[in-house]
Design a protein around this ligand. Structure first.
Ligand code: SF4
Length: 109
């Protein structure tokens, strides 16, 4: 497995955002923290486990939690940002609002 640097992961996040028509969180410190979390998870597990969630114990079980996670699209549509707030909708980014804590769709009410 090839280790990934923070620069690699930053590029990955930019590519995901471009493909999905999202915006990467413009807060550089916050974004750097999440990018570092993704890099740590890649180098630990071999896949981009969400930096805001714990592993379920295997790649198979973690599949919905691999970035961009299975819940990101719905979260961005409903709240304007994903659970970690790495990705924002363009409208939310333009609003200048700060992302808030949102429920984890992994655990439906
Ligand atoms: S919540 Fe955001 S950063 Fe975390 S896996 Fe989903 S899309 Fe990626």
């Amino acid at each position: 497995m090839t280790e990934k640097s923070k620069a690699d992961v930053g590029l990955f996040a930019e590519m995901v955002a471009k493909k999905q028509l999202w915006t990467v969180n413009p807060d550089e410190d916050f974004r750097a923290m999440l990018v570092e979390g993704l890099a740590v998870n890649w180098n630990r597990y071999g896949y981009f486990l969400c930096p805001c969630r714990d592993s379920e114990g295997s790649k198979e079980a973690d599949k919905p939690l691999i970035c961009p996670c299975a819940f990101s699209r719905a979260d961005i549509e409903e709240f304007g940002h994903c659970y970690c707030a790495l990705y924002l909708s363009p409208a939310f980014a333009l609003s200048g609002k700060a992302p808030q804590g949102i429920p984890d769709r992994r655990f439906p009410k």
